[in-house]
Design a protein around this ligand. Structure first.
Ligand SMILES: Nc1nc2c(ncn2[C@@H]2O[C@H](COP(=O)(O)OP(=O)(O)OP(=O)(O)O)[C@@H](O)[C@H]2O)c(=O)[nH]1
Length: 297
């Protein structure tokens, strides 16, 4: 086969690729596939060096890959993200959204590097969505019970190791079954959603809110001692008391009862804390509801 015919065949091969393919000679792009990516324009990329196109951190990863190939590795793989805000040239060429790529790199006998990049962006978005769904209660958007347990264990372990404090609040919507009966299940749903929304508004960055059971939420308050926990719980109780939902026969109002437990000694693991919060919640409910009950210290 003549050199021309061979080159034409290589170009046809490149054009047939759906994934972007780059051929590099000493960090300079010498050929690019006509991939289905708007920013992958052969005429604009050929002749450019990696340094011109990519930001420092990405360039460092690419150079590491090239170095390992030069040292004899057969195939290298690298996952990376292209963020338009860090890549002015690619942004001008049409890179408008952050994109994830799974790339493979091989070195030819002539010392050129073939680099293919599979667009994983849609898959990444799906993974993120599924992971979000697996961690969240679909009705309220709060974390679910399964996600709560390891967080609670970590918060108590850290508090005890560093001689700090952690408090938890077990928050129960008062008489949700009565609300469901009188106003309908949909109103009950909104009560749960509004409760979570107002609690979220009172949340610090390090706090963690989860739906623990039907009408129960757990708030984990790291670095919060008993007194601070009581103050936070009282703020939450009052905030819920002030909520109202418009309803045909007048605004619907509701309250919560809260049991507080704080990690105060070495025997306090997550299970012990939850048990004490439950006991305190029971006292709050038996004392008339719409109350905060913390343990006597
Ligand atoms: N609207 C709505 N109701 C729910 C949901 N999940 C559970 N429930 C209902 O919430 C009610 C909880 O009942 P209980 O545990 O007796 O609590 P309560 O009626 O709030 O009574 P206290 O907690 O003792 O004040 C039950 O009737 C459940 O059917 C939900 O997602 N939406």
């Amino acid at each position: 086969m003549s050199t021309d015919a061979y080159e034409a065949r290589c170009q046809a091969l490149l054009n047939a690729c759906q994934d972007p393919v780059f051929i590099l000679d000493n960090e300079t792009i010498v050929a690019v596939s006509a991939a289905e990516q708007s920013w992958c324009q052969s005429e604009a990329l050929v002749g450019r060096s990696l340094e011109e196109l990519f930001a420092k951190d990405l360039l460092a990863h690419f150079r590491q890959v090239l170095k390992q190939l030069a040292e004899g590795e057969d195939v290298m793989e690298l996952e990376y993200q292209l963020r338009p805000e860090h890549l002015p040239v690619l942004r001008e060429l049409g890179l408008s959204e952050p994109c994830w790529y799974q790339s493979r790199w091989v070195m030819s006998e002539q010392g050129e590097v073939i680099w293919t990049a599979r667009d994983m962006t849609a898959q990444k978005h799906l993974e993120r969505k599924l992971s979000h769904q697996a961690q969240r209660d679909p009705l309220t958007g709060a974390y679910n019970r399964r996600t709560l347990i390891p967080v609670l264990e970590m918060a108590t372990a850290q508090a005890l190791r560093y001689d700090g404090a952690t408090s938890i609040l077990l928050i129960d919507v008062d008489d949700l079954s009565g609300i469901n009966d009188r106003y309908g299940w949909d109103a009950g749903d909104q009560v749960l959603q509004q409760t979570v929304m107002v609690l979220h508004a009172l949340k610090r960055t390090s706090d963690f809110l989860a739906r623990y059971a039907d009408d129960q939420l757990v708030f984990v308050l790291p670095e919060t001692n008993h007194e601070q926990g009581l103050l936070a719980a009282e703020r939450m109780r009052a905030a819920v008391e002030n909520l109202e939902l418009p309803y045909s026969t007048g605004n619907l109002r509701w309250t919560v009862s809260i049991g507080l437990a704080s990690a105060i000694n070495l025997e306090d693991d997550a299970a012990a804390l939850m048990r004490r919060a439950r006991e305190n919640l029971l006292v709050a409910q038996q004392s008339g509801r719409n109350r905060v009950e913390g343990e006597a210290l």
